[in-house]
Design a protein around this ligand. Structure first.
Ligand SMILES: Cc1cc2nc3c(=O)[nH]c(=O)nc-3n(C[C@H](O)[C@H](O)[C@H](O)COP(=O)(O)O)c2cc1C
Length: 312
């Protein structure tokens, strides 16, 4: 998720879930080609398994970006066919590509020729007035024929004209049924469902019908949900307490601060750790108010933890 699941966020999330496949924010193939590819693709080894999400529609640039990502060890390369923002549309990629499945197929072919790791797609169930099973099936049939075996499907359409990206994540209604039908049509494909999953029960339900569940906003706003989910699926896993997770972040944070990173850039992802727990608001406030101060260090976090009620 853009501006959210940066490398610091993913380092933190990995402490909460050893098995989840983590996705980067979307990185455009253009940015990788013209910019600092090493920095854009930077991640910590502990983040594995990790997928990079690429945005673009030029097969040669997408192939180059995939190759560079695979070279630094990403476990999966995912193509963004879901982002509705104007900026992305003017670059002719993101959700608008759903009506050009041949272009996505060309990208998949070019990328697969360069990398051994899976090339996957994240798409919507439709766009604008193209809101039918047939439209989704035509997209997936065409892209799967190019060798894409895994689709992560955000189970709502995108409205490309008139809704902001934020509205496009809540206004169009969720339609899980269409994703379930896609799986019935293509039992051979790995189909991962996304959109609106917020409870363990919901995740269990969808996993009866598809192969995977992707969790976005709930994982960010309430990161401990990932630990609860992990524990639910693997009861033998020794889940860390929230405080242990904070303690495990400290050496990483010190290392990052030593390279010039700002404390607030890391702690902003940790604000929701105590969501629903006593002291949650004080934790948020303490970090929000202090972590962006000049020369703020780990003592800010230690003080915030110290002030938490013992039950949390
Ligand atoms: C701040 C933010 C940024 C996002 N950026 C991306 C992105 O870069 N690529 C992408 O495929 N989806 C992006 N999304 C969409 C999410 O991946 C997901 O499809 C959507 O939020 C629905 O899932 P959820 O209800 O579990 O959050 C973003 C969502 C949010 C809230």
């Amino acid at each position: 998720m853009m501006d959210w699941t940066d490398r610091h966020c993913r380092y933190f999330m990995r402490l909460l879930s050893p098995s989840a496949l983590l996705y980067t924010e979307m990185v455009t193939a253009n940015a990788i080609h013209f910019g600092n590819a090493d920095e854009l693709l930077r991640y910590d080894m502990s983040e594995h398994p990790i997928a990079v999400q690429l945005g673009g529609s030029d097969p040669a640039l997408m192939a180059e970006a995939a190759m560079l990502a695979a070279k630094v060890g990403y476990d999966e390369v995912n193509i963004n066919v879901g982002c509705p923002s104007d900026r992305v549309q003017s670059g002719q990629f993101g959700a608008c590509l759903m009506s050009s499945p041949e272009i996505v197929a060309d990208c998949v072919r070019a990328m697969r020729a360069e990398v051994d790791v899976p090339v996957t797609v994240k798409n919507r169930i439709g766009i604008d007035d193209q809101d039918s099973d047939e439209f989704l099936f035509r997209f997936v049939d065409t892209v799967a024929a190019a060798g894409c075996n895994k689709f992560v499907v955000h189970a709502r359409i995108a409205i490309l004209d008139g809704l902001s990206p934020k509205q496009n994540r809540s206004v169009p209604p969720l339609n899980y049924d269409r994703v379930f039908k896609l799986k019935q049509r293509h039992p051979e494909l790995e189909i991962v469902i996304n959109g609106g999953l917020q409870t363990i029960g919901q995740v269990d339900d969808v996993l009866q019908r598809v192969d995977g569940a992707m969790i976005g906003r709930e994982a960010y706003h309430n990161p401990y949900f990932l630990a609860e989910l992990e524990k639910h699926r693997d009861p033998n896993w020794q889940s860390p307490e929230r405080r242990d997770v904070v303690a495990s972040m400290l050496p990483y944070i010190e290392e990052q601060l030593a390279t010039g990173e700002k404390l607030g850039r890391i702690t902003r992802h940790m604000l929701g750790l105590f969501a629903g727990q006593p002291g949650a608001r004080a934790w948020r406030r303490s970090l929000s108010e202090n972590a962006f101060k000049e020369n703020a260090g780990v003592e800010v976090i230690e003080a915030a933890i110290e002030a938490m009620p013992i039950a949390a």
